[in-house]
Design a protein around this ligand. Sequence first.
Ligand code: PLP
Length: 263
Amino acid sequence: MSPTTPVSALTIAGSDSGGGAGIQADLKAFAAHRVHGLSVIAALTAQNTRGVRAVHVPPIDFLRAQIEACFDDFDIHAVKLGMLANAEVIHAVADALERHRPPHVVLDPVMVATSGARLLEDSALQAMRQRLLPLATLATPNAPEAELLVGRSIANGNDAERAAASLLDLGAGAVLLKGGHLHEGNRVVDRYFDGVSSEEFIHARLPLDAHGTGCTLASAIAAQLCNGLSLANACEAGIDYVARGLQQGYAPGRSEVLVLDHF
Ligand code: PLP
């Protein structure tokens, strides 16, 4: 590898035909961090800024072929997991990660799009808990996702801390519990826990309707891990990256929904 060859990160996630979330957001975030982006498409969505119209999950053998093609040729420093659609996909991804053991796995446990569309079947929740949390270096749930994973409601910082402790018990190496869905005044508090230390990352709530923030955050964190940052510093840098992208976000479709600027 020449000194200028960027390291590689892999996203295993869903495609957003509207270009704002999923694989498309991940690859833009990787490129913006000077990381070579690889992509395994676990699901295709027919989607725009107004919502998800249809979902297609490719045959499982084809999913496996994409993953093996990537691991056979590239030195993969970090894997970002996004929309995985169903339990069969989760098991295939977990099998591959157990075999290849990449240094970092950032799990964005995508379940429901902001528009309300279901992106993970209910029956897949247990597979995510049992197979993927133990493989995750870092899990980045929002409050509704964390509630479903731990089976308890989250209304404030104390609840968030208890939920994060349960996610660590389930095997996650660290947790960034995103506070966007919690009501904590005009600020958003994202909370990081790794069992030893905890940090709060606080920023102003922007009065914007945006799409693709969770995907972008997880992939920006994966890219920063590739670039050598610690977990907590990668989380802080990823949160700043999303905040800057949102401030300069633009509405490419006919709805008011913004996508992040990565330029
Ligand atoms: N579509 C795909 C393929 C995704 O992976 C995700 C996100 O995680 C979404 C849509 C949802 O994005 P948002 O909830 O930010 O609209």
